[in-house]
Write a protein that binds this ligand. Structure first.
Ligand SMILES: [Zn+2]
Length: 380
């Protein structure tokens, strides 16, 4: 990306550069995945990065560098500036807030936008652009239990434009050890009306709607996805329900057919994961599931029932931590899909294992040609 002449380039405050003892420049923070180290034997890159403080236009910044390093050509300096912008280290100090965001929203999101800026590796004039994009987004969330309630709270607090919530349950006492969206005063109430009241009270700048309905077939899920409440198509689905047992399979097929990115997530005891999928980009849920089965070695005989290896109980071993982390990971994945921050290539699962925090909980497999949903032989 060529930095526009009218920019006032500024190294993002969260990416502030410093010089190492070797004379190199470290920029982007010391967070792995963001920061970088740049060799600077002649010292002019330090003049450039330290001079990119938002006070100068591009021309003035180039003159500033050339005044201390007259051997350089202006094109060299501009090229370096473009590379810093391409890496996501620069913003335009002169960029205004998008007009779609009110002063009240600017104050509300004044801590989240710098986080977007920190994690943003794309050339972008201002992180407010991503916040404005989030405000344009419409999300369907299915399942307002412990996972879905936390995911809904995170999306509403973060400023998603419109969240439509679907569930058919009522709030029960045994829910309250992890479904932190609800209060004792909600016992016996429908989860949708209770959740809507709490979510609207959290952020009245977000549109929150809901439907008290149970998704009991792929067709019903397809109908929900095809019928957004405000007319604009859904930008993402968050599947926070694990019942009926085939609901993930339905979501995968339906989202594939409609081209809607989606996220699922949950827990198996202390193992907490979320999956990120987008039609046409990477493995679909079926591909990932098949890859995971191939990777695991359960030492079962061919055709042997797998259920003994993954016991299922009539009760649900879960607390506010496992459900809450799952919901937060899903919300993070949804925000990444909706804003592009951080850059995300769908087709993977990630999470953590509370019993082995150093266990890398991440799986990515290539799309499978024989996948019944996205493979080369798939229908439609
Ligand atoms: Zn597939």
């Amino acid at each position: 990306m060529a930095v526009e002449p009218l920019w006032k380039p500024r190294v993002k405050p969260e990416h502030a550069a410093y010089r190492t003892v070797d004379g190199n420049i470290r920029i982007g923070s010391v967070v792995f995945g963001i920061g970088a180290e740049i060799k600077d034997p002649d010292g002019w890159l330090w003049t450039l990065t330290s001079g990119a403080d938002g006070s100068r236009t591009v021309d003035a910044l180039v003159r500033h560098v050339l005044s201390g390093h007259p051997q350089l050509r202006p094109a060299h300096v501009r090229d370096a500036l473009d590379q810093l912008a391409d890496a996501g280290f620069l913003e335009n100090a002169a960029a205004g807030r998008p007009p779609t965001l009110s002063p009240r929203e600017a104050e509300r999101y004044s801590r989240g936008v710098p986080l977007l800026r920190w994690m943003d590796l794309s050339p972008r004039a201002s992180a407010w652009e991503a916040q404005a994009r989030l405000k344009e987004a419409t999300v369907l969330l299915i399942g307002l239990g412990g996972v879905g309630g936390v995911a809904a709270q995170a999306l509403v607090a973060s400023g998603v434009g419109h969240l439509h919530c679907v569930d058919s349950d009522v709030v029960a006492l045994s829910n309250l050890n992890r479904q932190v969206l609800y209060r004792e005063s909600d016992l016996g109430a429908g989860k949708v009306p209770a959740a809507l009241a709490h979510l609207r009270a959290l952020n009245s700048d977000v549109t929150v709607t809901g439907a008290e309905t149970r998704v009991s077939s792929a067709d019903e899920l397809a109908h929900l996805l095809a019928d957004p409440p405000a007319g604009a198509p859904y930008d993402a689905l968050l599947l926070c329900a694990d019942q009926p047992p085939d609901i993930r399979r339905w979501a995968n097929a339906v989202c594939r057919a409609r081209g809607v990115p989606w996220v699922d997530g949950g827990y198996r005891g202390p193992l907490i994961t979320a999956g990120v999928y987008s039609p046409g980009r990477g493995a679909c849920w079926e591909c990932l599931r098949a890859g995971e089965f191939d990777r695991r070695d359960l030492r079962l005989a061919p055709g042997q029932d797998e259920s003994p290896a993954s016991p299922r109980m009539p009760w649900n071993p879960v607390n506010a931590v496992t459900a809450g982390v799952a919901g937060s990971l899903m919300a993070h994945a949804a925000l990444a899909l909706l804003t592009g921050i951080p850059p995300t290539e769908p087709g993977f699962r990630f999470g953590l294992n509370l019993m082995a925090l150093d266990d890398v909980t991440y799986s990515r497999f290539p799309p499978r040609a024989d996948c019944p949903v996205c493979g080369t032989g798939a229908a439609g």
